[in-house]
Design a protein around this ligand. Structure first.
Ligand SMILES: [Zn+2]
Length: 274
C-alpha cells in the first residue's frame, strides 16, 4: 500500500507532465474506482490547466484554472505512468489503466489500479478548506510547521501508545505503519511508551518530541529520495519486516521484535528503544 513517500515521489514524477499543462482529453475506461467518478468529470477537466500539483497526507491535489481541485488517492494498488509523445495517446492504455489524461505538455498520464481502491474526485472552488476528509488532517510531517512543539501539543494528555498516536491522522497526517516503526527506531523511542510522555503537563515539548520529529522527517525524506532515484534504491528498512534480525543501531546487539498494536504489526528493538 503506498505510503506518504510513494505519494510524494509520484507527485514529483508527475510535475513535468502536468504542471502548467492543460487537459486536452480525458478518457475513462470505467465508471468508478472505489467510488463513482464525479458528475461531468471529463467535461469539468477538459480545457482546464493544472496551476499547481500539491500533496496533503496521501492525497494528490491538482489545482485547476477552473477553480476546482482534482483530488486523487492511490488506494491500495494505484499508480501513475507518464509517457511523452505516445503515438496513440489514450489508445495505448493497457489492462487496469482506468483513467488516461492527454495533456498539452504532450504527455499522456495513465492511472493504473488493479484493485480499484483508488479515488478521484473534483472539489468545487472555495470548498477545499472545509472538505470533510482534508480538514480533519493534522500537520504535514515534512512541513516547517511540524516541529517538536506541535507534536507535543498534539500528544499532550494522550493515554494511547506513541505508535498508535503517530498513526492517528489528526495528530500527524499521512504517516503509516512502516514509517512510524522506522522513525521510532531512529529516535530510540519505544512504540509502547505513552504518547503524553513526550510533552510536559502543560503541553510543552520534551527533548524526546524534538528527537522524534527529526526522526520522522529523516526517514520520510530518505524514502522519497530513494524512490525518486536520488538515493540508492536498495537501502533496507531499519526495523520493518526484520523480526528476529539484528538491530542495526551501532553497539546495540539487540534483535528486532514484532508486536501487534491496534491490529497492526510494530517492529522495534526493545534494547535501544526506551
Ligand atoms: Zn537496538
Amino acid at each position: 500500500m503506498p505510503e506518504l513517500p510513494e505519494v510524494e515521489a509520484t507527485r514529483r514524477e508527475l510535475l513535468p507532465a502536468v504542471q502548467g499543462a492543460r487537459f486536452e482529453r480525458v478518457t475513462l475506461h470505467r465508471g468508478n474506482l472505489r467510488t463513482k467518478f464525479p458528475r461531468r468529470f471529463r467535461a469539468r477537466l477538459e480545457g482546464s490547466t493544472v496551476e499547481a500539483l500539491t500533496r496533503r497526507a496521501k492525497y494528490l491535489l491538482a489545482h485547476l484554472s477552473s477553480g476546482e481541485t482534482l483530488l486523487m488517492h492511490l488506494g491500495m494498488s494505484g499508480s501513475f505512468r507518464v509517457e511523452f509523445d505516445t503515438a496513440g495517446g489514450a489508445a495505448d492504455a493497457g489492462l487496469h489503466d482506468h483513467v488516461v489524461f492527454d495533456m498539452s505538455s504532450r504527455a499522456t498520464v495513465f492511472f493504473n489500479d488493479p484493485r480499484r481502491f483508488g479515488m478521484m474526485d473534483l472539489v468545487p472552488a472555495g470548498t477545499l478548506a472545509t472538505h470533510p476528509t482534508l480538514s480533519q488532517l493534522g500537520l504535514e510531517p515534512l512541513s516547517p510547521e511540524f516541529d517538536g512543539a506541535a507534536l507535543a501539543a498534539a500528544c499532550r494528555g494522550k493515554k494511547v501508545s506513541l505508535k498508535v498516536a503517530l498513526m492517528d491522522q489528526r495528530v500527524v497526517a499521512g504517516l503509516g505503519n512502516i514509517y512510524v516503526s522506522e522513525a521510532l527506531h531512529v529516535a530510540h523511542l519505544s512504540p509502547h511508551r505513552q504518547a503524553s510522555t513526550i510533552a510536559t503537563p502543560t503541553g510543552a515539548p520534551r527533548e524526546t518530541a524534538d528527537r522524534l520529529v527529526a526522526a520522522i522527517k529523516q526517514v520520510l525524506e530518505e524514502a522519497v529520495a530513494r524512490m525518486t532515484g536520488e538515493l540508492y534504491r536498495d537501502a533496507r528498512f531499519r526495523v520493518y519486516g526484520r523480526e528476529h534480525e539484528r538491530c542495526l543501531q551501532r553497539g546495540c546487539g539487540g534483535a528486532i521484535r514484532r508486536r501487534t498494536q491496534a491490529g497492526r504489526s510494530t517492529f522495534y528493538c526493545a534494547r535501544c528503544q526506551k
